[in-house]
Design a protein around this ligand. Structure first.
Ligand SMILES: *Cc1c(COP(=O)(O)O)cnc(C)c1O
Length: 385
């Protein structure tokens, strides 16, 4: 990146690390103090930048990091050295397993075969490896099917070189389906009851992602949560469901006008002639497109904020440029003017949730789709609210 920093920015993301700090404190304060906080920072910390995000989280005190794979975990070691507990949330490929030992990581194990493999590798190295077992209670992804959990427990009990450090499950629909989430919780507790050779307080027991904490109950066996999206200030559930937490977005997405021009009624706009002007218009060319992370599905649908007003996208979003309708603005904006794609400008806001909905996808995917071309600019002080 360094070679490009001298150039004026055409499209950038602003990331407010002070807001990340406030969000984290708000979530932690809403949960009982005994609950450990696993900060999920996979996929480059949901596109916010692993280095800066994790460095800030390390100053704040989270209990564990959750990442997708051993390579992401190695990045955390690079940032903060040893000492931090890191849970690998994905299944570890056989050829990745050596790095569990090299970087002192905690794998997620779903099958007796995985248990046997890492146990054998630990024995060969004269090491003891911590592990979390995962129970599939209705997500159908990782974990052993809950009715078969005893098979996995037997394997881990027999594994002399593994230390069972945690047991967890993952919700499929915690933001909307209370009944199904309840069923998942019951299946999980039933499976957990079959671990009788270890005291509960020696285990991290966790299920809740951001949406899960809306149905978190204090008296339950859980002693940890795994939070991703919510710490970045995006609420994947109705705010009223868990009003104890108040968070604010830490991410905004901006670009600039590179050209302003007039076109007559009837003119065709963009690839595929996907828009025909119905009136004499003033249009603006944004210096960002799908090559920066504006989804092409927002063609003719999305809005950008210019002078604090919503301006509709015209025609297709293209790789490097997007066309917007500036006709209704009271003043002609100047070339170079700042344009907000996601976030606030003056009194207006385009939230990430609205942007994602319009694009027909979810906030998680949009954050992961902001490309490398987009410079991340970090605000680190707590100066503003
Ligand atoms: C990504 C992930 C999370 C975090 O989910 P959010 O909804 O972003 O809070 C928690 N647990 C697992 C297993 C995950 O893969």
């Amino acid at each position: 990146m360094s070679g490009l920093e001298q150039f004026p920015r055409r499209c950038w993301a602003e990331i407010d690390l002070a807001a990340l700090e406030r969000n984290l404190k708000s979530i932690q304060a809403a949960l009982p103090p005994r609950i450990r906080y696993i900060a999920v920072v996979k996929a480059d910390a949901y596109g916010h930048g692993m280095h800066q995000t994790v460095a800030r989280l390390m100053q704040l005190g989270v209990d564990m990091y959750g990442v997708a794979n051993v390579a992401e975990a190695a990045t955390i070691r690079e940032i903060g050295g040893g000492g931090w507990s890191i849970l690998v949330l994905g299944a570890t490929l056989p050829e990745e397993a050596q790095y569990l030992f090299e970087y002192d990581l905690i794998p997620t194990l779903s099958s007796p075969e995985e248990v046997e493999l890492v146990d054998r590798m630990a024995a060969k190295r004269g090491r003891t490896l911590k592990a979390h077992l995962k129970i599939d209670t209705g997500m159908g992804r990782l974990g052993i099917w809950h009715e078969e959990a005893p098979r996995l427990f037997a394997a881990i009990k027999a594994a002399k070189n593994l230390k069972l450090d945690g047991v967890y499950t993952h919700f499929a629909f915690a933001e909307s389906d209370i009944e199904f989430t309840d069923l998942q919780r019951r299946r999980f507790m039933n499976a957990l009851a079959k671990i009788d050779w270890l005291p509960r307080d020696q285990l991290l027991i966790h299920a809740d992602n951001s949406a899960g904490i809306t149905s978190f109950t204090e008296d339950s066996a859980y002693n940890a949560v795994r939070i991703g999206l919510l710490q970045f200030g995006i609420t994947p559930y109705k705010q009223s469901l868990f009003a104890q937490v108040s968070t604010s977005p830490i991410f905004s997405f901006k670009t600039r006008l590179s050209l302003v021009k007039r076109l007559p009624a009837g003119a065709d706009i963009s690839y595929g002639r996907t828009c025909k002007l119905r009136r004499d218009s003033r249009i603006g060319i944004l210096s960002a497109g799908y090559g920066d992370g504006i989804p092409r599905s927002l063609s003719n649908l999305g809005y950008a904020l210019v002078q604090g007003k919503r301006c509709r996208y015209l025609g297709r979003v293209t790789m490097d440029q997007t066309i917007v309708d500036l006709t209704d603005l009271p003043q002609e904006p100047s070339v170079g003017a700042e344009v907000c794609l996601i976030g606030c400008q003056e009194d207006s806001e385009i939230s990430l949730a609205e942007f994602s909905d319009l694009a027909g996808t979810i906030s998680w995917e949009i954050l992961c789709s902001i490309t490398k071309r987009v410079t991340r600019i970090y605000k680190t002080s707590a100066a503003t609210g």
